[in-house]
Design a binder for this molecule. Structure first.
Ligand SMILES: [Fe+2]
Length: 433
């Protein structure tokens, strides 16, 4: 096999190891729907195999369908999450057998395929890149389900670097143009394309994501009881659900506690806050006299190298993510404290833009100028509009194979079960820039 094929095979294996580890549970846990927001875990498990069958086996490999009768059941558009538990889903043992059978044939396709052939789906191994990123994305979704179900014992303890006493505050991003999006990153999704020039005035952005400690100051200053900090939609969402703190937080004996994978613990003040909705992030920013960054501001602060006048693949450069750069890939089941990854700083000095938490931006999920859907409309195009807000970066649960400075995630502004937090920004005054 060539180097690219070996990397693809290793990437596929890494995703599968996660999927199997997260579903190494009793059948009863796998088939139950733990929240109406999430699929039963066994649906995710078979769905990643079905997606791989559709794209690698049938589209790229031209192989006769293995289980065409189950396609509809695992089509995310045919059945919203709430309907999935009522479907005659493959049982956990059937699902494992099915995805293993698909994987065996996918590796045969990989062995035989010419990755230099002039076919946009196959060149540079794109179809495999899409499939392995898709599996990692579902692995992160499975972790969110496991956090929601709150079973004890599912937490993974791992060492993370300690907090570093560092000047928090903000970093200045000078005004001027930069290149947003990409036309060359081989495994980028359609919504990241094409590269285009964006002119931004100077602005300040937080060096670190907002911490639990800073967020507690907002909560204790009556942040959840004053409509002035909230958008009208945000306030009515908060009031309807009587939201008073981030998801999984409780107040006990004068202290804030959280539940993490079934384990209760004091809220650590140095960690980035997570499990907040866009509405909460937006309200905090207004309370703090700031605002959320636009996604263009976020991307420029993350990846633009003004010296080289080009966008970097990662904040620290083009080197693949290493343990010194960012808290990615579920090393531990939590964000690392702020200041833990100085080697992962971006050219403007912002830190921990990858790992820790997905970061809400103020932007709606919209197409870039010149967008063309590929390879199918349902990946991105059907989600465009003023419905979803863009999140950037990647969380502690995101695999390094699925992070790029140009990567765009999106979700409803009221979602909180995802591993999302935020950082703030503000315009620079003429004297500051
Ligand atoms: Fe999917």
């Amino acid at each position: 096999m060539t180097g690219l094929k070996e990397r693809i095979a290793a990437g596929l294996e890494a995703g599968r190891a996660r999927s199997l580890a997260y579903t190494d549970l009793d059948d009863e846990v796998l088939v139950r729907q733990h929240s109406p927001l999430m699929s039963p875990l066994v649906w995710d498990l078979a769905h990643v195999g079905n997606h791989e069958e559709l794209w690698v086996l049938r589209e790229a490999g031209g192989i006769t369908p293995l289980r065409p009768e189950i396609d509809q059941m695992y089509d995310a558009f045919a059945h919203p999450r709430g309907e999935r538990p009522a479907l005659p889903l493959l049982r956990p043992d059937e699902a494992r057998t099915y995805i293993a059978g698909v994987r065996g044939r996918a590796l045969d396709v990989l062995d035989e395929i010419d990755l230099s052939r002039p076919d946009p789906l196959c060149s540079d191994g794109l179809v495999f890149g899409l499939v392995l990123q898709h599996e990692h994305q579902h692995d992160e979704t499975m972790l969110a389900t496991l956090q929601l179900c709150g079973l004890p014992g599912l937490v993974r303890d791992g060492d993370l670097p300690a907090a570093r006493p560092a000047a928090a505050g903000e970093v200045l991003v000078p005004g001027g143009p930069f290149t947003a999006g990409t036309s060359t990153s081989p495994w980028a999704y359609d919504n990241e394309r094409p590269a285009h020039r964006v002119e931004l005035p100077a602005y300040w952005i937080d060096r670190f994501p907002v911490t639990n400690g800073a967020y507690i100051a907002f909560v204790e200053d009556g942040g959840y009881s004053r409509p002035r900090w909230w958008t009208p939609h945000g306030w009515s969402w908060r009031a309807r659900r009587d939201i008073r703190a981030p998801l999984f937080w409780t107040r006990e004996a004068g202290a804030w506690w959280r539940t993490r994978f079934g384990r209760a613990e004091p809220v650590p003040p140095d960690e980035p806050v997570q499990h907040v909705s866009w509405y909460e992030a937006d309200a905090y920013a207004r309370w703090a006299g700031r605002r959320l960054p636009t996604e263009a501001e976020w991307e420029k602060a993350c990846g633009w190298d003004p010296g080289a006048a080009r966008a970097l693949a990662h904040p620290w450069g083009d080197a693949e993510p290493g343990p010194e750069h960012a808290n990615l890939g579920h090393r531990a089941s939590r964000p690392a404290p702020v200041g833990a990854f100085p080697a992962g700083a971006s050219p403007c000095g912002a830190e921990q833009m990858f790992g820790e938490v997905w970061e809400w931006t103020s932007s709606w999920f919209l197409p870039y100028p010149g967008f063309r859907s590929f390879p199918y409309r349902e990946y991105s195009e059907v989600f465009f509009g003023e419905i979803y807000r863009v999140l950037r970066g990647g969380s502690w649960a995101t695999h390094p194979a699925a992070v790029r400075t140009t990567f765009r995630n999106w979700d409803h502004p009221h979602r909180r079960q995802i591993f999302a937090g935020f950082r703030c920004a503000r315009a620079a005054t003429p004297g500051e820039s």
